[in-house]
Structure formats: structure tokens, C-alpha cells
Design a binder for this molecule. Structure first.
Ligand SMILES: Nc1ncnc2c1ncn2[C@@H]1O[C@H](COP(=O)(O)OP(=O)(O)OP(=O)(O)O)[C@@H](O)[C@H]1O
Ligand SMILES: [Mg+2]
Length: 311
């Protein structure tokens, strides 16, 4: 019995290696439905989603809070098993693939790392090499970690403890771990949400460049419509558990779609051939007429403390 299981596992591992070494990347999602608690008849979060993504590119997933974006990528990464439907990578169903070897195919960087391991940054990023680890590969893996830290501009953090970093530094380290994994498909849940504006731009641009240079499909959830629009090759917009719009940024980022999906008004202008949204506050005509009353200054020398206290 155990012999049969072993040989099946080895066959599947070989299959994963074959797919990993194929130059093409094709992700198919067929009739995907996911319900958190099917027994209790919870309504599905993802409903009948079918799509095909071909080629190494940067794809962004947009949509309002709670629409199912994280759930959707969890189904691609086997964190969740679809209630119905099948996910294929290069026409092979991912269901049943051994998890360790599957981690060569899909890397995942969660929204935030709750696990505050008492590990150094180098060791944290080294964990990304686990799917590739072989006897004697540690020096090669350490070299990849070093290169990845440099790529992310965080080599100065190498010896710091992961659980003593700021939120933005955490996010850069977790992204480095995903990149060190060198997967075929990299799934990122809001990878730049804690980063300053310079890093948001640099890292999103870098992800697009890496999709080409590493022949990797990068799928990124984002709430920053303008950055997604500036760099994504294609965008998927989710609404009510399904795909509302999908395609090139100029076809997806329209005032009408933004209004339907986010229930807000936005002007869309074009900058460098990419749509860029400007938010419109529907209450803009109702000005605050008391703004002049409030000030802020560097010193409070003029303040009469005694008077203020007795008031
Ligand atoms: N473990 C869970 N059990 C039950 N329901 C869940 C669970 N995780 C998420 N949900 C529900 O599924 C829906 C989709 O959640 P999901 O996290 O996928 O949304 P999201 O689009 O990623 O939102 P956000 O932009 O806020 O991250 C939400 O209604 C959420 O409350
Ligand atoms: Mg989410």
C-alpha cells in the first residue's frame, strides 16, 4: 500500500518538475466556486469564475473589501480547496499535487505576516528556498537570499530579527521570501500596502520587470487603482463573487466600472497611455466654511499655559 502511495507521489513530483521547467505559463480556472461553510449553507464567496491567463505578466486583482480577492488567490494556491471547479497550471490540475513540490509552481505572500518568528531576516527569506532544498544546496540558497535582499534594497536588514521590524520592512522581507522561492506563479495579497510611495512605485515596477526576466506570472491584489493601472498588463475586477471586468487597464479602469464596483464617482484621465483616476467627492460643493479657524505650527511659545489651565 505504502509502495503505491510513494510511487504516485513521485510521479506527481516529477509532473510538477516537468511543468516548472516548461517555458510557457498558463493558468486556467474553470467554474470555480468557493463557499466557506457549505454544510451550513453559507452563500458562496466566489461564484462560477472561469478565466485563462497566458504568459509571464503582471495581473492585478481589484475589488472592494470582502468581495473575495484573498479567497480567490487562496484557491489558486491550495490554501483553500474549491467547493466546485478546477484550477489548472499548464493544463494540469493542481489538486493532489504534493504541497512541497507545488510550492515551486506557486509562491504566496500573504497580506500581513502575523507569525512574528524570532528569526533573522536572512533565515526568514531562506525559508522561501524550502521547495528547492536539496542536500548540499545551502550555499546556493544563501547566495539567492543575498541577491534577493539586494534586489529589494534591504541587505542592511539581513541580520536584524524579523519580529523587530516596522510594518513596511516586514512587507519587504515577506516579498523577498516570495521572490527567493522563484515560483512560476507568484500570488501577492496587497504587497505594497505598507510601503511608502517611492517603494510602492519601485516594487510594482520591479514586479513587472521580474515577470519578464524570470518568466513568472505575478498576480497581485491591490487597492491602489492608479498603481495597478500604471503597471499591470491586465486587470481583473471582482464584484459580487464574480468577474465584473477583465482586460487591459484602459478597458477596465473606466468611470462607469469604478462607479459600479466601488460605488464612488471618479474622473478618469489618461497619463502615459494609462488610465489614472481622480476621486470625486460628491459632497465637494458643500464646503467646510470653518477651515480658517484651525492652525498648526511648530512651536507653542505664544500659548499662555496658566490662562489655558484656568479656563
Ligand atoms: N475563514 C473565513 N470564514 C468565513 N468567512 C470568511 C473567512 N474568510 C473570509 N470570509 C468572508 O469571505 C468574504 C471574502 O473575504 P476575502 O478576505 O476574500 O475578501 P477580500 O476581497 O480579500 O477583502 P479585503 O479587500 O478586505 O481584503 C468576506 O465576506 C469575508 O467575511
Ligand atoms: Mg483580502
Amino acid at each position: 500500500m505504502s509502495k503505491i502511495t510513494l510511487s504516485n507521489n513521485n510521479e506527481k513530483k516529477d509532473e510538477v518538475d516537468r511543468i516548472y521547467n516548461e517555458p510557457r505559463i498558463q493558468l486556467n480556472i474553470n467554474d470555480l466556486t468557493f463557499t466557506y461553510n457549505a454544510k451550513k449553507k453559507f452563500p458562496p464567496v466566489i461564484k462560477d469564475v472561469t478565466l485563462e491567463i497566458c504568459g509571464a505578466q503582471l495581473v492585478s486583482i481589484l475589488g472592494p473589501n470582502g468581495v473575495g480577492k484573498s479567497t480567490f488567490i487562496h484557491c489558486i494556491n491550495r490554501i483553500l480547496d474549491p467547493t466546485e471547479g478546477v484550477v489548472f497550471i499548464n493544463e494540469t490540475p493542481i489538486k493532489g499535487m504534493p504541497l512541497k513540490s507545488m510550492a515551486k509552481l506557486t509562491g504566496y505572500v500573504p497580506y500581513s505576516a502575523n507569525d512574528s518568528f524570532p528569526l533573522s531576516v536572512t533565515d526568514t527569506v531562506l525559508m522561501g528556498r524550502h521547495p528547492h532544498s536539496k542536500i548540499g544546496s545551502i550555499n546556493d540558497d544563501l547566495l539567492i537570499v543575498e541577491e534577493t535582499l539586494k534586489l529589494m534594497g534591504i541587505e542592511d536588514l539581513a541580520d536584524r530579527m524579523f519580529n523587530e521590524l516596522s510594518a513596511g520592512q516586514h512587507q519587504k522581507v515577506m516579498l523577498a521570501r516570495g521572490l527567493a522561492q522563484q515560483p512560476k506563479i507568484l500570488l501577492l495579497d496587497e504587497p505594497t500596502s505598507n510601503l511608502d510611495i517611492k517603494y510602492q512605485l519601485e516594487i510594482t515596477r520591479m514586479l513587472k520587470e521580474l515577470s519578464r526576466s524570470r518568466n513568472m506570472l505575478v498576480i497581485m491584489i491591490s487597492h491602489d487603482i492608479n498603481i495597478a493601472s500604471k503597471y499591470s498588463d491586465n486587470i481583473i475586477m471582482l464584484l459580487d463573487g464574480g468577474i465584473y471586468a477583465m482586460g487591459k487597464p484602459q478597458d477596465v479602469i473606466t468611470s462607469e466600472n469604478i462607479h459600479t464596483v466601488y460605488d464612488i464617482k471618479a474622473k478618469v484621465i489618461t497619463d502615459c497611455d494609462r488610465p489614472h483616476i481622480i476621486l470625486v467627492d460628491e459632497a465637494d460643493d458643500k464646503h467646510f466654511d470653518d477651515e480658517d479657524k484651525f492652525s498648526i505650527s511648530k512651536t507653542c511659545d505664544h500659548l499662555n499655559v496658566a490662562e489655558t489651565q484656568t479656563e
